[in-house]
Design a protein around this ligand. Structure first.
Ligand SMILES: Nc1ncnc2c1ncn2[C@@H]1O[C@H](COP(=O)(O)OP(=O)(O)OP(=O)(O)O)[C@@H](O)[C@H]1O
Ligand SMILES: [Mg+2]
Length: 419
């Protein structure tokens, strides 16, 4: 909430709930304070040459803000002259500001962004991060959602430096900001024969004898890949979050790929026809290094005309020593691919998942180790908390199941970093 500046005075009036909500969202979309928006609206209203349309103010309840001293008095005078109640005048002023500042268009990338979520180490949270990131990117741009602000990460690191294991970081309410969602069209690709992402989101794995991504990659499609896609229908995603489910046949992918021409491009050939429908495609990789991982990394390479850091590999790790060896192996494979195929594959960052500073020195010092890598940098820090497991249990997207949880606010922070 806005704080009083020295030259502002507190004003208490009334505003209908729907108008207050629109004002809150729009001010956040433009990054302006509510008091500034109201001030501008009132200034414009006072200068109006003709009467503004009457607004339904029924059910208006208390609304207070801070205005430059003298503005409210002037407004009151003009309202009296115009024979308009203060509540009506204020509602018209707010509406005037909303009309002058229409909802910004969602910014869509020219080239569909491809994010490859990977690490051959099992159980680090690739699937959880794929889902959470996709959900955060698809959230409604016409509503506000709690996001952890960047300084929380810095604070966690400071805690880790002082090795104070006694206070769990990442949960200070002061570190939370309410922001509009990115509103992007997102396709999640379950690229893991274990079908975890598919199951987690409450979808059904594709049957073995039907069509699948594997068939399309192996050059043996049985139909349109689009027909396999399902929508994750929760209100906050507004039909923008889709999933391409996996099929157990992906266990045979590496074998089938070995007979395919230019096999590193197999995932790209399969997914390219879908790209026009999406702003972002996120690929949840299996815990393995092989031909399918090559195909995924190649799909995330930087394309001609694409800016660095738009597409690439997002590496999920844990704050523990064994993660470091796995990281070396993965980055070696990606670096080899870069050299062999002469392509640019960007690292979008490292996500440290399942973090719990109360585990003490091993956790805090390994987190510091990840941060010290610097390139790629740590773009996300997600705590080890119950909501993720509960969401999996009830097969619901985390951001619908527990939209205000620490994990959800962390996923939104990750989405902000990646965007
Ligand atoms: N931040 C978290 N807090 C609590 N539990 C988590 C968190 N992240 C993941 N988990 C849980 O840990 C388990 C492994 O996570 P997940 O399946 O996402 O890992 P993965 O790297 O995709 O595994 P695999 O290598 O098998 O594909 C799951 O039960 C998941 O719900
Ligand atoms: Mg997984």
């Amino acid at each position: 909430m806005s704080s009083p500046a020295n030259d502002r005075e507190k004003v208490v009036s009334k505003l209908p709930g729907w108008l207050r909500q629109s004002l809150k969202v729009r001010a956040a979309q433009y990054g302006v304070e509510i008091q500034v928006a109201v001030e501008q609206g009132i200034t414009d209203w006072c200068r109006l040459a003709s009467t503004a349309a009457t607004i339904d103010t029924s059910g208006a309840d208390s609304f207070s803000t801070f205005l430059p001293s003298g503005q409210w008095e002037e407004f009151r005078q003009i309202a009296t002259d115009r024979r308009v109640s203060l509540i009506q005048g204020l509602a018209q002023s707010v509406q005037l500001w909303l009309d002058a500042n229409p909802a910004p268009e969602v910014e869509r990338p020219e080239i569909t962004r491809r994010i490859i979520v990977c690490n051959q180490k099992g159980g680090v949270g690739k699937t959880a991060i794929t889902a959470g990131l996709g959900e955060a990117l698809a959230e409604d741009s016409e509503a506000l959602h709690p996001v952890r602000v960047a300084k929380a990460l810095t604070k966690a690191l400071r805690d880790s430096e002082t090795q104070s294991g006694d206070m769990p970081p990442l949960d200070d309410p002061l570190d939370i900001e309410n922001l509009p969602g990115p509103g992007l069209k997102v396709l999640l690709v379950d690229f893991d024969p274990q079908c975890h992402l598919t199951n987690q989101l409450g979808a059904t794995p594709l049957p073995m004898n039907g069509d699948s991504l594997t068939n399309h990659m192996a050059g043996d499609p049985k139909g349109d890949l689009r027909d396999l896609i399902v929508s994750i229908d929760e209100d906050n995603f507004g039909g923008r979050l889709h999933l391409l489910p996996a099929c157990n046949d992906a266990f045979l992918l590496d074998v089938r790929l070995s007979a395919v021409r230019a096999r590193e491009a197999a995932l790209e050939r399969a997914l390219a026809p879908l790209e026009a429908d999406y702003d972002v495609i996120i690929v949840d990789c299996p815990p393995s290094l092989g031909l399918s991982m090559d195909a995924a990394a190649y799909y995330g390479r930087r394309r001609d005309g694409e800016k660095p850091g738009q597409s690439g590999a997002l590496i999920v790790v844990q704050a523990e020593d064994s993660s470091a060896d796995a990281y070396e192996l993965l980055t070696t494979q990606i670096d080899d691919l870069r050299g062999d195929l002469k392509v640019d594959i960007d690292y979008l960052g490292i996500v440290v998942n399942l973090y719990d500073s109360r585990r003490g020195y091993i956790a805090t010092s390994s987190l510091q180790g990840w941060v010290d890598i610097k390139d790629p940098r740590v773009v996300g820090l997600i705590g080890d908390l119950k909501e993720q497991k509960e969401a999996v249990r009830v097969k619901k997207p985390l951001l619908s199941y527990a939209p205000k949880s620490q994990q959800a606010v962390g996923m939104r922070a990750l989405a902000k970093e990646v965007l």
